[in-house]
Design a protein around this ligand. Structure first.
Ligand code: AMP
Ligand code: MG
Length: 359
């Protein structure tokens, strides 16, 4: 599947209308949003389920379609700084990070302005904003000239989608409109950084922009709060973080395939083997020929250890293996550092483990 110039008519098996990159398609897609509709959109990170962020009724549909609890706030996407300023009380940190990383895979959490419906922020006094760099989404944002609330386009708790077919498979007829931008370039969700607390910038979700890059730009060490918060958070008590605010993205189990997943170094894989189980095995790096000829159902994330390739293909491979109905997926942790750390963090969520038990 890739971008086409013309909207495909729905057939009797699929009612989702698919828009391509042509001007007429984009205009129609923008019109869907302006009329309060829901449109799945490509971003450079993962596909999102977008609606006009100031239209409360439309945003409520996002929660319904995803089965997302109302305590889990949405990220709002904008195409310029004026758009961000309209929604959030801007500060110097935001200015510096936006200059360094926008458009791109970095979400800034800032004090919210009144214009943003509290449904979008799950009642918080902060709003998460991001300026994406996906060219088709940028064109759409400019054309519709609306802030777009867009969480990842997957049923709540499931793997994020990195291809249009993942979105279609998850939602089927529940989704009426999809903008097809082909596969997502990065394939992992954005970094979320909280800039709302004076003197205390904090990464709430690790992502493609690393904490050291953020610290360097801000000239102050950014805290990575996810691990300490996760450790203090039980699944029954996901609503409260150390400041007494919701921290729903810190659910132990998230980003999970339906198939049980175990993160384990390759040398320990034999411990999981059983004659009655069909097991898919994912190495980080392509195994050598001798290894490949010894084992069946072997997969890998990279040919030669390239972390971008690993991140780009991770969810796609998990989606594919999930549909092949294995009894178990074993996956080797990525080497720590950069995107490897982010991959391991997502895998730890997928299995419900704490990140420090992986990698
Ligand atoms: P998703 O869009 O599904 O990838 O998830 C968005 C992430 O951003 C979730 O982990 C949310 O908890 C987080 N988020 C959105 N808005 C806020 C906010 N105002 N404060 C803290 N985290 C937020
Ligand atoms: Mg998500």
């Amino acid at each position: 599947m890739g971008s086409t110039g013309t909207a495909k008519k729905p057939n009797k098996n699929r009612v989702t209308r698919i828009y391509g990159s042509g001007a007429q398609d984009l205009a129609q897609a923008a019109d869907v949003l302006a009329r309060g509709g829901i449109l799945a959109v490509p971003t450079e990170t993962v596909y999102g389920l977008a609606a006009h962020a100031l239209d409360e009724k439309a945003c409520r549909r996002i929660f319904e379609i995803k089965g997302r609890p109302l305590i889990d706030p949405l990220i709002v996407h904008i195409h310029d700084l004026a758009g961000a300023n309209r929604l959030a009380h801007w500060n110097e940190w935001a200015d510096s990070l936006a200059k360094a990383f926008w458009p791109g895979p970095l979400t800034l959490v800032l004090p919210k302005k009144e214009i943003v419906p509290s449904l979008v922020t799950a009642g918080l006094d902060t709003v998460a904003v991001r300026m994406p760099h996906h060219p088709l989404l940028r064109k759409l944002l400019i054309m519709c000239n609306l802030p777009l609330a867009a969480p990842s386009a997957n049923p709540f708790g499931y793997l994020s989608p990195t291809r249009p077919e993942h979105v279609l498979k998850s939602f089927g007829q529940k989704l009426e409109h999809l903008l097809d931008g082909g596969p997502c370039q990065i394939g992992l969700e954005s970094t979320v950084v909280d800039l709302s607390q004076p003197h205390r910038p904090a990464v709430l979700r690790p992502g493609p922009v690393g904490p050291e890059d953020i610290s360097e730009i801000l000239g102050i060490e950014v805290l990575v709060e996810t691990e300490s918060r996760m450790a203090a958070t039980t699944d029954e008590k996901v609503h409260s973080d150390t400041r007494g605010k919701p921290s729903p993205g810190l659910l132990h189990k998230h980003y999970s395939p339906g198939t049980p997943l175990v993160v384990l170094p390759c040398q320990d894989w034999t411990s999981q083997e059983s004659p009655t189980k069909r097991i898919a095995k994912i190495a980080y790096r392509k195994p050598d020929q001798a290894e490949l000829s010894r084992s069946s159902d072997m997969f890998w994330l990279t040919e030669d250890g390239d972390e971008q390739q690993a991140a780009h293909g991770l969810y796609d491979l998990l989606h594919k293996l999930d549909s092949l109905k294995f009894d178990l997926i074993l996956i080797e942790p990525a080497p720590e550092g950069g995107l490897g750390t982010v991959i391991n963090e997502r895998l730890s969520r997928a299995t419900g483990l704490k990140p420090d038990t992986i990698g």
